[in-house]
Write a protein that binds this ligand. Sequence first.
Ligand code: DLL
Length: 433
Amino acid sequence: MYWNEEIECMDKEQMRKLQSKRLIDTVRRVYENVPFYRKKMEEAGVTPEDIRSVEDLHKLPFTTKMDLRDNYPFNTFACPMEDVVRIHASSGTTGKQTVVGYTEQDLEVWAECVARGMTSLGVTKKDRVHVSYGYGLFTGGLGAHGGAEYLGATVVPASTGNTSRQVQMLVDFQSTVLCCTPSYALYIADEMQKMGITKDQLNLKFGCFGAEPWTEHMRAEIENKLGLEAHDIYGLSEIMGPGVSMDCTEKDGLHIHADHFIPEIINPETGEVLPEGEKGELVFTCITKQALPLIRYRTKDLSRLTWETCGCGRTLPRMEKVTGRCDDMLIIRGVNVFPSQIESVLLEYGQVEPHYMIYVDRKGLLDTMEVHVEMTEELFSDAVRNIEAQEKKLRQRLESVLGISAAVKLVEPRSIPRSEGKAKRVIDNRKLV
Ligand code: DLL
């Protein structure tokens, strides 16, 4: 059990004081150590002296994914490289990934946040935690792993893939907690059915599901199929990874570790801060991170906040389940994909025209993606065999850039509908129910 009562039940006024102190330190640190931040603040006409408490947060400029790309890979880091002990990455909007770094202390805070969240939903050191998030540059695997280990639980680092083997492990090891994307949880349930294994043969009690949007309806379905309590875990690499917030036994919003991250909700069009309870874009400011303390980072995720004390007794602010974004990022089988990444692959490849359409669907339980792109007149008049060979090459290229497979179909020149206004590039037929 990892229960930090002093922080998790801290009186609001005291929390604001703690946040203010940490914010002041962080702003000074990034101003002194990160040329990018100094420039950004100078341009906005703010100095560290202008930031005297959390009330002044709104004076600071926002940070975006584009800023991270422009400073690729390490120029946003606020500590010497020799203090960075781990690197992770997530999808960028085009060719380059978004790179994030952690010091030893950052990793400890991360593990503590995940451990706090797991404790809030009932996990203890007696539990056996099966982690089926991907390990590697993605933060899911090592993030959930670190938290479960910090708690003293037994971790099974299963990672992704080979679902029948995962099911067998769940039966053999009698793991009590499952960490994976909600769609993979349903996939596991489906695989169990195929293998003739019932939920009674498993010993699952809790699930920590996240990395993609899911609904209350899916929660009920997963709970029913796997016989566990399904909980939501939210996070993003830029801020930390999984565990920025998680829902507790009450399942009434996700608790944000406000002693490490200050949340705000803004109007995505105007940037104006919205009052408590209104829906808008989530923005986080990291106030304890050493390697990458992002200031007012725009997540593009839509949610709302409440500071009302939760039924579980925690006073930490809660965010509503994220079910949408205010940009065009797609999450396909848990992997973030920007249409602009696909576009750069197509344009770089040649032999095709810059007219394409991305079809996303959910076949059975798996997300699928098919990219239709117009071929050039020359290719069109070529032999069918050559066209097929080009489709295959493009498919391989897309897979290596996106990290997930996508079908590719080369279509006749001028067959994709042109639009008169904003081009519609994505048709997402998945229904989140
Ligand atoms: O997906 C971190 C993570 C791993 C969270 C495992 C939870 C579990 P990124 O790859 O940087 O990090 O993607 C972050 O994924 O901005 C959201 O749009 C989406 N997302 C993450 N968790 C949730 C969730 C990880 N629980 C982006 N509900 C975020 C809805 C989520 N969307």
